[in-house]
Design a protein around this ligand. Structure first.
Ligand SMILES: Cc1ncc(COP(=O)(O)O)c(C=O)c1O
Ligand SMILES: N[C@@H](CCCC[NH3+])C(=O)O
Length: 484
């Protein structure tokens, strides 16, 4: 995530600041282990993931292609499970969800956080135990809630007064008593992009603690015996490095637990502090270790519960990006290279690849930063200021805003963009009618397709045309009325 906003229009100062923002690397072919998957390496100059050369992956699966280092994602999942032992880790499937990934993450002992009927269906199809699933969302439909209740989802995180009634009515209908967490907006301003911060007051998620809405929601759930209140939930945002926000959130959630004991005479057994932990996308990003975060949060909760005289609740978290983000890379093929002269005598090469904002919208949406490397070979050519752009009909279709690539990058070369596991495939679209790329799992020299490339036929299948002979509705210019 870029730490400074970009001014709206280009100016001399803007361009120079942009250029200075990325230091020229000493070695263009080096792979910072904080940014790349643990099994990413160079062999004879070529990028290799889990023993499989980039050129082989591309020969078998084409470009663009997402490549998952399965050992990397397993290790991250295991690390989280160990760090939060005694509580639960729910992998946030919104970051990336497929049956293969859900299954291997569940094998490592994690539950899954879903936020739609579609994500729930994938988790269930993967064989995840329903009681290991937590279901989120500010606007779950009645059908989605019924599906969750009928399949025995372990936790439903309620997010509005309307939903509390809707869920309680449904539960009565179905004759089951779902376990519920109340999502609390704790009022922490997380240091991240505005679009992915979620605990400030003026946004759509949760019940505000400051306004008293959270207290009212708790009282409401307790007044509906058809559902069982088991705890509180807070999520302050995403791609956060500064753990102070989580600590303040923990402090406030425990404060609410204590209030609930005073007002209602009950002690809730669980708190879930959500996801949001940042990962390294570029040099200088310095994520926290899960064990350190867990220790700090536990310490706060224990001390505060001790002071309040309440039992320490079970602590859960919901990391998405921190589990899957660094485990995947995207391979693209270069199609064109266009040198552009900038103010101040600087040249920037626009390196166009065969994907773009349809497989990675994060740069356009959040000003996100990425690291890229030449993947099919290494080069002795000098560094050239470059911008990796996609093939979409949009000038904001940028994958990597500022980077240094060898000056001899040419059509046919492969580029690898690191840390694309989270919110890239998950937010992929068919913009400009481009089919979504496949996802390939790489393990010990074996590549296995886990998500197929979409075909153009599939992309076009939803377009049913229209019957020119039928009387389609027409809007009258004179009256503005619709006539059949
Ligand atoms: C409720 C909730 N839990 C978990 C996550 C996962 O966040 P991240 O991928 O940043 O860990 C999100 C997304 O921000 C979320 O909204
Ligand atoms: N989609 C966002 C994160 C939002 C997380 C979901 N609440 C990103 O790419 O960073």
């Amino acid at each position: 995530m870029s730490r400074s906003a970009h001014p709206a229009g280009p100016s001399h100062g803007h361009i120079l600041a942009d250029v200075e923002a990325v230091a020229v690397p000493e070695d263009l072919s080096s792979l910072n282990p904080r940014i790349w998957p643990i099994n990413a390496d160079r062999v004879n100059g070529e990028l290799v993931v889990a023993g499989i050369p980039a050129t082989r992956l591309v020969a078998e699966h084409g470009t663009p292609v997402f490549v998952l280092d399965t050992e990397d994602v397993r290790a991250r999942a295991r690390n989280y499970a160990a760090a939060f032992e005694g509580g639960d880790v729910f992998y946030a499937g919104k970051a990336f969800l497929s049956t293969a990934v859900a299954a291997l993450i569940a094998e490592e002992g994690l539950g899954i956080d879903v936020c739609s009927g579609g994500e729930l269906a994938i988790a269930l199809r993967a064989g995840v135990a329903p009681d290991r699933i937590a279901y989120h969302g500010n606007n779950k439909s009645t059908a989605e809630l019924r599906y969750a209740v009928q399949t025995g989802v372990g936790r439903i995180v309620v997010d509005s007064e309307l939903e509390i009634n809707r869920l309680a009515d449904l539960a009565a209908d179905e004759g089951v008593r779902p376990r519920v967490l109340v999502r609390v907006t704790v009022g922490v301003e997380a240091h991240t992009h505005e679009f992915i911060a979620t605990a400030h007051e003026d946004q759509k998620f949760g019940f505000s603690l400051a306004s008293g809405a959270a207290h009212a929601a708790v009282a409401h759930v307790l007044a509906r015996p058809e559902i069982e209140l088991v705890g509180l939930h807070s999520h302050i945002g995403s791609q956060i490095f500064d753990t102070a926000g989580f600590e303040v959130a923990a402090h406030r959630v425990v404060g609410l637990l204590a209030d609930i004991r005073t007002r209602h005479g009950i002690e809730l057994a669980e708190i879930d502090l959500g996801g949001g932990l940042g990962i390294a996308y570029v040099e200088g990003d310095d994520p926290q270790r899960p064990a350190d975060i867990a220790a700090r949060l536990r310490a706060i909760i224990e001390v505060e519960c001790g002071l309040a005289g309440i039992a320490t609740p079970r602590l859960s978290v919901e990391p998405g990006r921190a589990i899957i983000g660094p485990s995947m890379v995207t391979l693209y093929e270069v199609g064109t290279v266009k040198p552009i002269a900038l103010d101040g005598g600087v040249q920037r090469n626009y390196v166009s690849v065969d994907g773009g904002m349809s497989d990675n919208i994060r740069t356009a949406l959040y000003d996100a930063e990425y690291t890229v490397t030449l993947a099919n070979r290494s080069s002795t050519a000098g560094p050239q200021l470059s911008r990796v752009v996609g093939k979409h009909c949009e000038s904001g279709d940028i994958v990597v805003r500022n980077c240094w690539l060898p000056s001899d990058v040419q059509p046919g070369d492969l580029l690898a963009v690191a840390a694309t596991g989270a919110y890239c495939y998950a937010m992929a679209s068919n913009y400009n009618r481009i089919p979504r790329p496949p996802v390939v799992a790489a393990t010990d020299g074996q590549a296995q397709l886990i998500v197929r490339r979409e075909t153009l036929e599939q992309v076009m299948a939803t377009d049913v045309g229209w019957d020119a002979g039928s009387t389609a509705p027409v809007i009258s210019r004179a009256t503005g009325k619709v006539s059949a």
